[in-house]
Design a binder for this molecule. Structure first.
Ligand SMILES: [Zn+2]
Length: 143
C-alpha cells in the first residue's frame, strides 16, 4: 500500500491528511459551496513554531480559491491532531468564502464544530485536536 501521495506541488502529503479530506469530501463541498480548496505541504520555514501546523491562504479578490498549507511536521502528527488542525483551517475557510475576512480564531473553531459536528480542543502542545484537550481555545494563544 502506498503511504504518501504527491500533492499538486509534487511534494508528499501525509496519508492521514488525504484520508481526512476523502472522508469529509461531501461535508466540505456542502459547507464551502463553489470553493476550490487545495491542500499541500508548505515549506518548513513557514512554520517556525512547534505549534504551527497549517495555514489557510487566499487572495481577497478570489475568496473561493483557497490553499491550505500544512507543515512538514504534520507528517508526524496523530490522526486526532490532523483532524483538529484541518477542521480549524476549514473553519477559517467557512468564513472566508462568505466574505468574512475579519473573524477570530475562536470563530474558526465555532464554524468547524458546526461543519463537522465535532469538538475542537487544544492538546498539550496547544494544537487543535479531536482527541483529549482543552476547550475553548486557550487564552494564552492568539485570538
Ligand atoms: Zn486559525
Amino acid at each position: 500500500m502506498k503511504r504518501n501521495r504527491p500533492s499538486r506541488r509534487g511534494r508528499v502529503v501525509h496519508d492521514g491528511v488525504q484520508a481526512f479530506l476523502q472522508a469529509h469530501r461531501a461535508t466540505i463541498a456542502r459547507e464551502l459551496p463553489g470553493a476550490r480548496v487545495t491542500v499541500r505541504e508548505g515549506p518548513a520555514s513557514a512554520f517556525p513554531q512547534a505549534r504551527d501546523h497549517a495555514r489557510t491562504m487566499y487572495d481577497t479578490r478570489h475568496p473561493k480559491v483557497l490553499v491550505i498549507e500544512v507543515a512538514p511536521r504534520m507528517m508526524r502528527s496523530s490522526r486526532a491532531r490532523i483532524a483538529g488542525v484541518l477542521m480549524h483551517e476549514l473553519g477559517h475557510a467557512w468564513w472566508i468564502v462568505r466574505g468574512v475576512d475579519d473573524h477570530t480564531e475562536r470563530d474558526a473553531d465555532t464554524a468547524a464544530r458546526r461543519m463537522f459536528r465535532a469538538s475542537i480542543r487544544y492538546d498539550r502542545g496547544l494544537v487543535q485536536t479531536t482527541g483529549p484537550g482543552r476547550s475553548p481555545r486557550p487564552r494564552e494563544l492568539p485570538q
